[in-house]
Design a protein around this ligand. Structure first.
Ligand code: AKG
Ligand code: FE2
Length: 434
């Protein structure tokens, strides 16, 4: 009986107290889990409105009313299509069924969804996104894939694995920013300036890479420098051979039309979208790719790590860029507030590398709020600038907004290394990346 089931649920759900439970729809009370489509009770009370309401997601938004009023449209009458061997549910793709065991998984999923996910407050945030996102979810769950391949299954087949809570990034990736302070780079006012001064005062860097302070505090700049946020330039930071290798790796990975960080997705991570403000193409040098494993690429990233004195794990994978003639990236900031409060924290520093040879015209990097500073894309050159303020750790420094000017002639190749406040790579592997 339902009240007994609820008390069992309450034992396992810490946050739930029996008084907070909304009453379950009466037809579920009567018919339990697997109501067949032709059952007399499995009809919509309002045949005209129910389908539309269900389409508008009302079944998961207000389950109490809808599961009672519109059981058929909400898909609770699990329609088992014996001919196609598929079951339709209201939480995701049709499910293939090829044996009794899979049907049992679906039956249990149905129980789980209607007795826990649809009615329990702890699921409110992720209720409408908990879906079987593949027709074989139930089949795989029956085969034991939830345990064998949890990274994929717990998100993509959350109903079948009964892991809807896993879609809640706060549960999947518990994180408390205040306790992460000692793991946070530039967490104190003044840390940022101390870092830049240490680079500027490093004689080896100065001579090896003809280090130039393009912008910075008055005491740090040369006569033609800008008095503004730090922008440092290092020439021949990469050899021509290294640049060519990175370009080749980009082509091996395949350059694709660049995307921007978009909205928050169903699992709490961020989406990307094709942006009009950016017409370049990109290739991500992820750790598991040919590029990530390439020895020359690794040497380059180690050099970046030494330069910035921040563990490479705080850095996103190198992002390789390619701009053809007339392609550009309009004024933007590398800081994105979506990262704030995440495990990795915000981007604090950009190291930007120019890879193309000298036949290129145009394609400089322009900083409109730093007296219109434009850096020319010379092969092997690196520039670095902060995205955050020295005095207010983790807060955006709007002055380092920038743009890639259109390429006038030739093809421009470049690379971004974005460095975060904290470890970026470990959370990414745990499914906690943003
Ligand atoms: O290509 C450039 O000069 C700048 C590119 C850039 O700002 C970016 O990719 O975020
Ligand atoms: Fe940028």
């Amino acid at each position: 009986d339902i009240s007994e089931k609820e008390s069992i649920i309450c034992e396992v759900e810490e946050e739930c107290s029996s008084t907070e439970h909304p009453s379950l729809p009466s037809f579920l009370d009567r018919w339990g889990d697997f109501v067949s489509t032709d059952h007399p009770h499995c009809v919509d009370k309002n045949e005209r409105d129910c389908p539309m309401k269900a389409l508008l997601n009302a079944c998961v938004k207000s389950p109490d009313v809808m599961l009672e009023e519109c059981p058929f449209s909400c898909g609770l009458c699990s329609n088992y299509d014996t001919e196609k061997s598929q079951v339709k549910t209201c939480y995701g793709d049709l499910q293939n069924v090829n044996n009794q065991g899979v049907l049992e998984v679906i039956r249990k999923t149905q129980q789980y969804m209607i007795h826990q996910v649809f009615v329990n407050e702890t699921y409110a945030k992720i209720r409408s996104s908990c879906k079987n996102r593949n027709v074989n979810c139930s089949q795989w769950a029956w085969e034991g894939e939830c345990e064998r391949n949890p990274t994929y299954m717990k998100k993509e087949c959350a109903p079948a694995c009964q892991t809807c809570h896993w879609l809640d990034i706060r549960i999947r990736c518990p994180f408390d920013e205040s306790s992460a302070k000692e793991r946070t780079t530039w967490s104190e006012p003044g840390d940022l300036d101390r870092f830049f001064w240490s680079v500027v005062r490093n004689d080896t860097l100065r001579t090896l890479f003809s280090l130039k302070v393009l912008s910075g505090p008055a005491e740090a700049i040369e006569p033609d420098g800008r008095p503004g946020p730090w922008v440092l330039q290092l020439d021949h930071f990469l050899s021509a051979m290294e640049c060519e290798r990175l370009i080749d790796l980009g082509h091996e990975l395949g350059f694709q039309r660049s995307k921007d960080i978009g909205r928050i997705k169903y699992d709490g991570s961020t989406d990307s979208y094709e942006s009009k403000s950016r017409t370049s193409s990109t290739a991500w040098c992820t750790e598991s790719s040919v590029c990530g494993k390439d020895a020359i690429q690794q040497k380059v990233t180690q050099r970046i790590e030494q330069l910035v004195q921040i563990p490479i794990n705080n850095s996103e994978a190198l992002q390789l860029l390619r701009y053809e003639e007339n392609q550009y990236y309009k004024v933007h900031h590398d800081y994105t507030p979506l990262h704030a409060g995440s495990m990795a924290g915000v981007r604090i520093l950009t190291v930007f590398l120019y890879l193309n040879d000298d036949r290129l015209e145009g394609g400089g990097t322009n900083f409109p709020s730093i007296h219109n500073l434009t850096v020319l894309p010379n092969q092997g050159r690196a520039i670095l600038w902060p995205s955050v303020l020295n005095d207010e750790p983790g807060q955006i420094d709007v002055r380092t907004e920038h743009q890639a000017l259109p390429v006038e002639r030739g093809v421009k190749y470049a690379a971004n290394a974005w460095i975060h406040q904290r470890d970026f790579r470990t959370p990414l592997h745990m499914g906690c990346g943003v």
